[in-house]
Design a protein around this ligand. Structure first.
Ligand code: EPZ
Length: 422
C-alpha cells in the first residue's frame, strides 16, 4: 500500500485548481439509468470512487466510457441486462445505493445490497426505503439485499423525511421524475450536489422545482431524454485546500471556488482569523495576521458546517490559540483522525460526539495512519505545518476523493511525495 511523506516546509503560495464534485458525480452517474438516451458528464473528477460507480453501472449492462483523461464520462443505458447491484461492489462504496431509485423508476424493480457499515458509522437506508415506499414501492430485506418492486409503476406522493438525508433525497427525487403524478418531498436535503443533480435532471426533461430548499416538488413525466451536464465544483475539496494556507501561512488561490459553495465554512475561517476573498478565478485565502484563533464547530446538514470538513478543521484547530469544541452531529464515529493527530502532539479529548482541542504551538511529524477519506487528508494538512516528517499510510482512502493531491500541493510549495508501497 502506498503512503505519502510530508515535510513541514513553511508558508504556501500559488494556485490550486479545484475539480468536479465527487458527491455530485456519484449521483449524476446513476441518473443515466433513468433514460435510454446518452447522458454525458463533463468536469468529472478522476477518483477511484468514480471507477467503482463505473464498474457498478457496467455490471448492470450500461455503457460507460471515460474520455479526455477521465474528465468526460459518456454513458448510455438503452439495453440494461440486470437490475441487481451486488454486495461486492456496494460494500466498497455506499453511494452504489443511488442506483435503487432510478432502477425502480425505469424498470419497476431493483435488487440492491445493503451497504453494510463503514468506518464512520452504521449508515442504514431506512430513510431511502420509507421515501420509496411512499411512492408505492414494495421493498423487503432478504439475504442482506433490498428487493424493491413497483409493478404498476411509482405514484407521486407527499412525503416528509425524518432527517434531511442527502442520499435518500437523491434516490427519492430521481425515482419521482418518472412516477405518475406529483411528489412533494419535505425536509429534503439542501446540499449543492442535490441542486446539481436537479439541474441535470431538468436538462433530461424532468419537471422539478424547489431544489436547494427543504421542499422539492417533482411532476412525473413519461420518459426522460439524454443530456450533457457539467459537474459542479467540489466544495469539500475546495474547503480542504482552503485550510492549507490557513494552517501553513502564505496565500493560495483556489481556482473554480465559489463562496456560495462554502459560506458557513468560510464564516468559521473568518472568525478564526483567516480571510477568504472572491476573485475573478475563485477564492483567495490567507491568514489575517499571526496565529489562528480557536473557534467552536457543530456539523449540520447544508447550509450548516459540513461534516466532510470536520476532520480537516480539527487539523487547523490543533495549532490555534485557545480551545475549540467540535461537535459531530451527522455521523456516530467520525473522530478517528483524533488519535492520529495526538501522535503528532495535538491535545485532543474525545467524549462521544464531541472533541475538545486545545491548541499547541506546533505539531511534530510522525508516522500516522489514514482511517477514512476525510481523516486521511486532515493528517496531510497537519503534516504540512508540523516540524519534521509525517508519513501517512493507507492512502487508498485518499484516492477515493482527492485527485492529484501531491501535484496540487507541490504546486504551492509543499514538500510532499508519494511513496510506492509493496
Ligand atoms: C452523503 O452521504 C455524502 N456521500 C457523504 O460524504 C456526506 O458525509 C453525507 O452525505 C452527509 O453530508 C455522498 O454524497 C456520496 P446521509 P449519505 O444520508 O447520503 C443517517 C464523503 O466523505 N441515515 O445524509 O450517505 C446516516 O447514517 C462522504 O464524501 C440514516 O439514518 O449521507 C448518517 O448518520 C462521507 N438512514 C446521516 O443520516 C438513512 O436511510 C447522514 O446521512 C440514511 C442516512
Amino acid at each position: 500500500m502506498d503512503s505519502i511523506l510530508v515535510t513541514g516546509n513553511g508558508p504556501l503560495n500559488g494556485q490550486i485548481p479545484i475539480a468536479g464534485a465527487k458527491n455530485a458525480c456519484l449521483t449524476l452517474m446513476p441518473a443515466t439509468l433513468l433514460s435510454e438516451e446518452p447522458l454525458t458528464l463533463t468536469n468529472a473528477p478522476r477518483l477511484s470512487d468514480i471507477k467503482t460507480m463505473t464498474a457498478l453501472l457496467q455490471s448492470l449492462g450500461a455503457e460507460v466510457s471515460s474520455l479526455q483523461d477521465g474528465q468526460v464520462i459518456a454513458m448510455s443505458s438503452h439495453n440494461l441486462t440486470s437490475q441487481t447491484a451486488d454486495y461486492d461492489i456496494v460494500r466498497k462504496m455506499r453511494a452504489s445505493n443511488l442506483v435503487l431509485g432510478p432502477l425502480l423508476a425505469r424498470f419497476g424493480q431493483a435488487v440492491v445490497s445493503l451497504p453494510g457499515g463503514c468506518a464512520i458509522g452504521a449508515r442504514p437506508m431506512d430513510l431511502h426505503v420509507e421515501g420509496l415506499e411512499a411512492l408505492g414501492a414494495e421493498i423487503e430485506l432478504k439475504d442482506g439485499y433490498l428487493h424493491a418492486r413497483a409493478p404498476g409503476g411509482l405514484k407521486g406522493a407527499v412525503h416528509e423525511m425524518r432527517f434531511a438525508s442527502v442520499g435518500a433525497t437523491e434516490n427519492i427525487v430521481m425515482a419521482a421524475t418518472l412516477a405518475k403524478g406529483t411528489t412533494v418531498l419535505k425536509n429534503a436535503a439542501r446540499e449543492p450536489e442535490i441542486v446539481d443533480l436537479v439541474e441535470c435532471l431538468r436538462k433530461m426533461g424532468a419537471q422539478i422545482s424547489g431544489e436547494g430548499s427543504s421542499t422539492i416538488e417533482i411532476q412525473g413525466v413519461d420518459r426522460l431524454h439524454g443530456a450533457t451536464h457539467q459537474v459542479v465544483t467540489d466544495r469539500i475539496e475546495l474547503g480542504t485546500y482552503m485550510l492549507a494556507p490557513a494552517i501553513c501561512g502564505g496565500e493560495v488561490e483556489l481556482l473554480g471556488g465559489r463562496m456560495s459553495l462554502v459560506e458557513s465554512f468560510a464564516a468559521k475561517l473568518d472568525a478564526a482569523g483567516v480571510s477568504v476573498a472572491e476573485t475573478q478565478n475563485g477564492l483567495k485565502v490567507a491568514r489575517k495576521n499571526g496565529r489562528v484563533q480557536a473557534v467552536d464547530v457543530v456539523t449540520e446538514p447544508f447550509p450548516g458546517f459540513p461534516t466532510d470538513l470536520q476532520a480537516q478543521m480539527m487539523a487547523l484547530m490543533c495549532t490555534a490559540e485557545g480551545t475549540s469544541v467540535l461537535e459531530e452531529r451527522i455521523f456516530e464515529n467520525r473522530f478517528m483522525h483524533a488519535p492520529e493527530l495526538v501522535r503528532m502532539g495535538a491535545n485532543i479529548e474525545v467524549h462521544g460526539g464531541t472533541a475538545t482541542v486545545t491548541g499547541v504551538e506546533a505539531l511534530k511529524g510522525a508516522p500516522v495512519m489514514a482511517t477514512d477519506l476525510r481523516a486521511s487528508v486532515s493528517l496531510i494538512l497537519a503534516g504540512l505545518a508540523a516540524e519534521g516528517e509525517t508519513t501517512v499510510s493507507r492512502v487508498y482512502h485518499l484516492d477515493r476523493g482527492y485527485e492529484h493531491v501531491v501535484r496540487k500541493l507541490e504546486g504551492v510549495g509543499a514538500k510532499i511525495e508519494r511513496i510506492k508501497g509493496e
